[in-house]
Structures are given as structure tokens and as C-alpha cells.
Design a binder for this molecule. Sequence first.
Ligand SMILES: C[S@@+](CC[C@H](N)C(=O)[O-])C[C@H]1O[C@@H](n2cnc3c(N)ncnc32)[C@H](O)[C@@H]1O
Length: 372
Amino acid sequence: MADFSLKIADRIKDFGELLRAARFAELCGGPSLIRQLVRAAEPTILQEIWNRASSSHAHQKSLLRLLFFGLQTPKRVAERIIRPDILSCLVELGLLQEDNHCFQAVDHCVFPVDGLYLIGPRLFNYKAPPTCRLYFGYDSLLLAQAVRQERNVHSAFEIGAGTGLVSLNCPALRTVASDIDPRAIQVASVNIILNQAQARCSVIEGDLLAGFPAEGVDLIFSNPPYVPAPVDSPLPAYSWGGEDGLTFVKRMLDEVSTIIERGAKCILILSAYGDERGNPLERLLAQFSNRFQIRLQYLNRTLIEQADYEALAHGATMVEGGGAVTPTKFEEYYKKHRFLYKNDCILHIRAAARSGLNVSYHSDTFHDSLTC
Ligand SMILES: C[S@@+](CC[C@H](N)C(=O)[O-])C[C@H]1O[C@@H](n2cnc3c(N)ncnc32)[C@H](O)[C@@H]1O
């Protein structure tokens, strides 16, 4: 857990109270609009959020402009809506920037999700694509939903906490989560305090099972990095899964196998890249199918297109120390390895008397979530 002074922790707590008092969640259009926005950051959704806020009080609209839309706000206006000591704490944590007597949330945004307030990367930008190296996607919401549906689990370990969204979004569970990225740990720690969940959730900086509780857990879950990219054009840590997209998943399965054998269940949400005939994920899972009962549910399949190569090139260019990467490099790489489709899927793994790999498509459980 990032070590905050008592003063900073108090200010984060006060910030949470301010958001609740201002009914920030309703101001952002409520849960359904936010879920739609996480799924596809479309301008029409942003317009609707702004239109809905039009009848709000002036200070609520300023709050929305600054914290949700991330727009530049004069210092004197910001200080009327947020206490100066809270503003300077948000600047210190890198969530707001102060420049020329103005505040601005350049890369971040406050999201109200399912009754929680989360600081995360802004999913939409007006001028340039987002550069925040944290992840926030619809798959995180689906993973939280799948974890909440598990029966008889009380304690869990999350690998790759990111913003802390998934662990926070499972209120019946006591969770410990690791993340290799110190910035993710810092933001997740802020989010835990913002939602007053310190008694239930904690995060630890480290690799994979760092901080795994000695007494064990009932469940392990993760939304791992899974996107394939060549070694000379890596992607940010939140997405890069090595050359075939499975480097992280392979390591994780090897390390959690003994924990699953001891009785813990495991849920992963990820995408498998492949062609019409299959994908390397299925071949990897086949190697574990004599030890575990594995349920692989495909949720959605999309053809990889030019816009995806552009997004991949943008991601690779963001990695420190790397140069500019062209979309053509990714297009050639993906075609050579026959990564033609992206298959979104969810995996349930457990030790059971009857082992084997069961593959299904478009589960009813997730149909609603995918089509809403
Ligand atoms: C796709 S993101 C998960 C995002 C998270 N579900 C959320 O909603 O914020 C994957 C996360 O795994 C973390 N990660 C990457 N390599 C890791 C490792 N070796 N050990 C632990 N975490 C790692 C990344 O830093 C990133 O935060």
C-alpha cells in the first residue's frame, strides 16, 4: 500500500465526502451512462452527460468540468468548489496539474462506478490521445461481475490491481492485490481511501504473487496484460503480454497451479489472439486440462483492423525509451503470426474430480452485459 501521511489520507477522505455531498455520480449521468462510456468512449455519450448536467447548480457544473471532463478551470473557481488543501493534495498525487493560475486533470478523471468513486485514466481526450499509463476498460467491470457471482468465497487475491476497481467493486470480499507498477499502487491506494475500504482491501507493489497471504485465499482473479507485441516494440506494462500475448498468463498459471490444487478457484478475463482455426490460449489451456476443470467462455470476437494497429502503435510509442512505432509494423507482425481476431473471453479454473477443458460461446450470463 502506498504510504501516505495521515494528512494526505485525511484529505483524500474529505475529497470522497465532497464528491458524495455534491452527488457527483448523478451529475455524471448515473451508472448506465458511465458503463456505456467505459465500453465505447463516444462523443454522443459525453454530450448527453453534459446536457443532463445543464440544470445543475453552477458549482456542480464546475466540478464536472474539472474532475470528469478534465477541462482547465481557473484557480479562483476551483477553490470555490474544492478546499485549497484538497486541491494541493490532488496536485501532489499527480491527479491534477496546476499551471498559470488554472487547474486541469490532464490524464486522469474521477469516475463514479457502481456506487464507487475511482480515480483512473481519462478514457477520452479532446486534442491528443490519452497518455496515462493506467488501465480502465469494460473487461474490468465484467471481471468484477464474474467475481461477485462466485458463491462461498470470502477472501481473494488479485494479480494486477491497476486502479483497484475490481477488488473495490466486490464488497463481499476481503482482498489483497499486487501490481508491479508503483503508479498503479499509488492510485489504487488513493481509491481505497476515497471509498473508505481500508479494512477490506489492500494493495502491494510487487510481481505476481507478492504479498500473497500465508493463510491462503478462496479465489484468485486477474485481468492480466495479454496484448501481443514484438520485443523491440513493447507496449505499456498494463497491456503487453509478450510476443504471443501469453507470456504473463503462462507465468501466472504456473505460479497459481499449486494454490488452485489446494482449493482456491481462479477467474481470469482476457483476450486471445488467433485465426479462424484457433488461438495459442486454447493450446496453452490444453496443457493444464488434465489437472484442472477449466471453463473457457468466449464473449465476443472482433476482426483486427487498421484502427487497432494505430492504437497499438500509439501504445508502443508511449513506452519510455522506445522510438516512434508505425502501425505497419504491427500489421505485419500480427499478419505473420496469424493474430487476425481478438477473442474476448473469461476463464474459470478450479481443481475438481472431473478435469478437462470446456469451451463455450456467448454465455447467457454475460450476454446482457455485452449487449447493454
Ligand atoms: C489490464 S491491467 C488491470 C487493470 C485493472 N483490472 C483495473 O481495472 O484497473 C493489468 C495490470 O497488471 C499489472 N501488471 C503487469 N505486470 C505485472 C506483474 N508482473 N505483477 C503484477 N502486476 C502486473 C499492470 O501494471 C496493470 O496494472
